[in-house]
Design a protein around this ligand. Structure first.
Ligand SMILES: O=C(O)CCC(=O)C(=O)O
Ligand SMILES: [Fe+2]
Length: 183
């Protein structure tokens, strides 16, 4: 990614060095009203990069592109890499975090219809300052630079609803969610 953006890889490494890594295992049991409910609401991940293992062969994950939802077929042994809001902020919007959601399934005779995806979230160091990396700063910056701790506060108090903090931290929206100091 750094090569593609024309910046030094160390710029990314400085942010993610000694990072905490979170793991979430979501269990979606079969549901008799699967057509009427979602397993997980639409959202973007608040992490830098999410690596997801689908485990069961049952489809459920969907990504949004141009206002349409597309299923992500599980491939045995494959990992899915999702760009999170932090990479979007660091790359000044060159890489976009992906909006996704999970549907659930009714019970089927042929297959076990439960899903158990495992997601690992790679996040910045706790004391990192997050914003467009040097060399990617432009006059009309899409993203503000913020203390990662403030970002986390806003993230955990926001609703799991569409693009969440990713858009809210953009310069024009920042005042809506401002918690403390803007750098
Ligand atoms: O259920 C899935 O496949 C996606 C899980 C997910 O998006 C998350 O835990 O943030
Ligand atoms: Fe997610």
């Amino acid at each position: 990614m750094a090569n593609n953006l024309g910046i030094k890889p160390e710029e990314f490494c400085n942010i993610f060095h000694d990072q905490p890594q979170g793991i979430r295992i979501n269990y979606y049991p079969p549901c008799p009203k699967a057509d009427e409910v979602l397993g997980l609401s639409p959202h973007t991940d608040g992490s830098g990069l999410t690596i997801l293992l689908q485990v069961s062969n049952f489809q459920g994950l969907q990504i949004k592109n141009k206002e349409k939802w597309f299923p992500v077929k599980p491939l045995p042994g494959a990992l899915i890499a999702n760009i999170g809001d932090i990479i979007e902020m660091l790359s000044n919007g060159e890489y976009k975090s992906i909006e996704h959601r999970a549907t659930i399934n009714t019970k089927s005779e042929a297959t076990k219809s439960e899903r158990l995806p495992v997601a690992t979230f790679h996040s910045p160091r706790e004391d990192a300052v997050v914003g467009p990396l040097q060399g990617l700063v432009k006059k009309d910056d899409k993203h503000k630079t913020v203390d990662f701790r403030d970002y986390v506060k806003a993230l955990v108090s926001s609703k799991l609803d569409g693009r969440r903090v990713g858009d809210s931290w953009k310069a024009s929206h920042y005042k809506l969610l401002k918690t403390e100091q803007v750098y």
